[in-house]
Design a protein around this ligand. Sequence first.
Ligand code: AKG
Length: 348
Amino acid sequence: MTTVAVRIPTALRRFSDEHATVRVEIAATPPTLSGVLDALAVTCPGVVDRVLDEQGRIRRHVNVFVGPDDVRVLGGLDATVDDGAEVSIVPAVSGGAVDRSVDDLLDALERDGYAIVRGALDEPTLAAARGAIAELLPPTPTGRNAFEGYRTQRVYSVLAKTRALDPLVLHPLVLGACDRVLAHYQVSATVAIAIGPGEAAQLVHHDDAIYPLPSPHADVLVSTMWALDDFDAENGATVLYPGTHRATEAPEEDAVPIYAEMPAGSVAVYLGTLWHGGGANTTDRVRVGVTFEYLAGWLRQQENHALAVPPAVAAELPPRLQELLGYSVYPPFMGYVDGRDPKRLLGR
Ligand SMILES: O=C(O)CCC(=O)C(=O)O
């Protein structure tokens, strides 16, 4: 008899009575991953249904490891599993992890609908961003509805309130990706989101749903979520549904999400069509993130930045940020003021 410990990811623990590890025994020889999943199906059928597709293959957005090795290189379901081995089921967050290249980011966005860039900020920039939001949070009320979150504080108009986030909104890797996905764009929502202890999971949604566009449509929105704290599955890491960016319907009840677990200073980038939501916070820690949405220049920004950041303030900002806020035209002239490019109001 071969005994194997199967590690169950947080997203699937509702099918394992909340157990993080389930032990299974296999009589067949040689013992294989297929045998492990057959045995697991007896006690936790819901887990196996989410690991294997209807044809019995490992789903694209789920990774299975035997010890440290991905079974895709060990022979898939025929991979041999030794007595005492540990099998880990890992939703493919690592599939979205990218290096520092725009091409990598674009590949991940096209394939999975999201990408996670770890360590995208240096320490001083992260510390300044955290400090700025820590000052803005105390007077900020909690949300007015379930979407905002009754235990969540949202600091809107962050670009009107601090300059410490400018390096985030202007991050070259993010802008490099937006240049290619959107070409001409502006910032739309700019919000710091502090998910408090005891907050429930947010309604799953996609950010461009506010525009009455037929589905499917060309990409018009790219969202970013900057982690100012370490994000994990317990403290409210953003919940992403890989591959749903080209779906025309909400994810199925049994779809397996991933948690955008990432250290502070990382950024999750996702298309406006990707289904996602804020995670539940079951810890006693607040989870602080900052989201910037980048929107095709021919659509109306969610926030009216020209009023939030008036010309006298905008005149002091870097030119690229002025353009992103809306002091620019979408060619040939959408957004003009008195027949002229609004950047003229800033003395440019
Ligand atoms: O806070 C998060 O992780 C996600 C929030 C979100 O998706 C939203 O408010 O639109």
